[in-house]
Design a protein. Sequence first.
Length: 190
Amino acid sequence: MTTEQTLMERSGAQCELCSTKADLSVYPVPPESDASSPNQCILICDNCHGQINQPEMMDANHWRCLNDSMWSQVPAIQVMAFRLLNRLSSEDWAQGLLDMMYLDDETREWAISGMKSEESEAPTLDSNGTVLSAGDTVTLIKDLAVKGAGFTAKRGTAVRNISLTSNPEQIEGRVNGVRIVLLTQYLKKS
C-alpha cells in the first residue's frame, strides 16, 4: 500500500487538519520529512498546503479547525497543529488552544525542531516591513539608551554597514564608534 493510500484510509479521505474532502495531497512534515513513511506525513487539502507554505497568506479563521485536529492521536498531525497555533499565537483563541495542548516529549521536540528551521528562514525586517540585508544602512526612529556604554543613540542616527544576527528581530551596527545590537522595530532602512 502506498503512503497516499495509507493516509487516505487513516483520514477517511479528508484533510487531516480542516476535514475538507477535495484536492488532497501528501505533506511530509519537516524536518523529519520521509515521504515514504505515513508516520511522518499528513494528508492535507490545497488550501491548507498553500497557507502552510506561505505564512503571510494565512487566514486565521480557516485555522479554527485546529480546535478538533489538535486532539488527533497521530503525532504528525499534532506537530502541524502545534506549529500552526504558534504562528497564530497573537490570536486569543489560538493562544487558548496552545495552552490546552499536550504533546509528549518526543513529539514536542519534533514540533520545536521544525519551528527552529522555519525561524532561520525568516527575513530580517525593519519597522516598515522592508527586508534588511547585511551591509545596509538604517536610521533609528527612536532615542535608545545604550546599556553599558553610557550614552543614548539619538533618533535619526544613521547606522551604516549593518550585520544580521541569527535572530531576525535584531541587527548589529556601530553607533558612536561602539558596536551594539539593535532591535529592528526601532529602525527603518535608509
